[in-house]
Write a protein that binds this ligand. Structure first.
Ligand SMILES: Nc1nc2c(ncn2[C@@H]2O[C@H](COP(=O)(O)OP(=O)(O)O)[C@@H](O)[C@H]2O)c(=O)[nH]1
Ligand SMILES: [Mg+2]
Length: 322
């Protein structure tokens, strides 16, 4: 096991992880201690093993409304914003086996991480049952070759089937075998999750192209009343104090400031912005990261379920979802 590395060199005492850190010049060291409030600005989370077990139980036994088998959510965000990592972190937290699992590959450099397909994969609970939430990923926004706003609209409305390869220059044709002519409630997206990097939410949110895309998408979603949330990934990178133990995130002034910027830009209430820290360099899972991932999953499922409930409750006229 790994003895091939040792040719004449002194054995490293710790496997080379420390050298992976960013050069100190990249980020100025904070001069003041990170400001932490004595009271959390969001206080619904308890960082205890019991809370984790309760969340797991709630997710395992989640009842989807509207007579459909699964809730659907669509992840939208730039390449490298952490969409795949969120899926994997959720898989680890749900699986509850005390080990990190990565059903999908996360690449070190963003260039190769671009997902070109519109696709979903099952997330399994400990009981080997699929979670009642399907997370759909697609080509990133603002990639050089991005997804067309029209395709996003069609995905949200349920016209595009799993496995379709997004064409950056042309929207899906109606004759494509993966085009669905008459989608039903269980084909459409019940929640849209914008995924951004907390370190620099500005780059994800500003700029003419980004604004236009967000406007287009938001108008469409607004018409359908599809819930929208922002997953603010990588909060662990904001302050050294949050590096390993993320239980302070809801007392952090800096996280709250970023969250307000994002909520204002997206015109969403701050409750709809979900701070998140994915497993990235971790060797083993920890209770707090599991709790944050499970809480965010539960929030997304609750929003999606409310939508499905309302949509199925309004006895929509025929052709409403066509
Ligand atoms: N520190 C930190 N790194 C993260 C986090 N989430 C993702 N990453 C890293 O960001 C990079 C891009 O992640 P990936 O999931 O492939 O992004 P995607 O292109 O949106 O699917 C990878 O190197 C991840 O390890 C996080 O919460 N914290
Ligand atoms: Mg990805």
């Amino acid at each position: 096991m790994g003895s091939s590395e040792s040719k004449g060199r002194p054995a490293p005492t710790e496997r080379s992880t420390p050298t992976e850190r960013p050069a100190p010049t990249e980020r100025p060291a904070p001069t003041d201690p990170p400001p932490l409030l004595s009271k959390p600005w969001r206080s619904h989370i308890k960082w205890t093993p019991e809370e984790r077990n309760q969340l797991l139980e709630n997710l395992y036994s989640f009842k989807v409304k509207g007579g459909i088998p699964y809730l659907n959510c669509l992840l939208l965000g730039q390449a490298a914003s952490g969409k795949t990592s969120f899926f994997n972190t959720s898989a680890t937290a749900l699986n509850d086996e005390g080990r990190i699992i990565n059903p999908l590959t996360v690449y070190k450099s963003s260039g190769s991480s671009v997902t070109t397909k519109f696709e979903t994969h099952p997330l399994y609970t400990k009981k080997d049952e699929a979670l009642k939430l399907r997370i759909f990923d697609c080509r990133g926004l603002h990639d050089k070759e991005e997804i067309k706003a029209e395709d996003i609209r069609l995905i949200v409305d349920g016209h595009i089937k799993h496995g379709y390869t997004i064409n950056p220059v042309k929207s899906i044709s109606r004759s494509d075998p993966l085009y669905r002519e008459n989608p039903r409630l269980d084909d459409m997206m019940h929640c849209v999750v914008y995924v951004i990097n907390a370190e620099n939410p500005g780059t994800a949110l500003v700029g003419v192209a980004a604004e236009k895309i967000f406007d287009d998408i938001r108008n469409k979603l607004g018409e359908r009343h599809v819930p929208q949330v922002v997953l603010m990934n990588k909060v662990d990178r904001l302050r050294a104090s949050l590096g390993d133990d993320i239980s302070d995130i809801f007392r952090s002034v800096e996280v709250k400031k970023k969250l307000d910027v994002v909520a204002n830009f997206m015109n969403l209430t701050d409750r709809n912005v979900l701070p998140m820290s994915n497993y990235h360099n971790d060797q083993v899972p920890n209770t707090n990261k599991d709790i944050l991932a499970l809480t965010n999953l539960k929030t997304i499922m609750d929003y999606a379920n409310d939508f499905v409930h309302n949509a199925s409750d309004t006895s929509a006229p025929s052709g409403f979802y066509d």
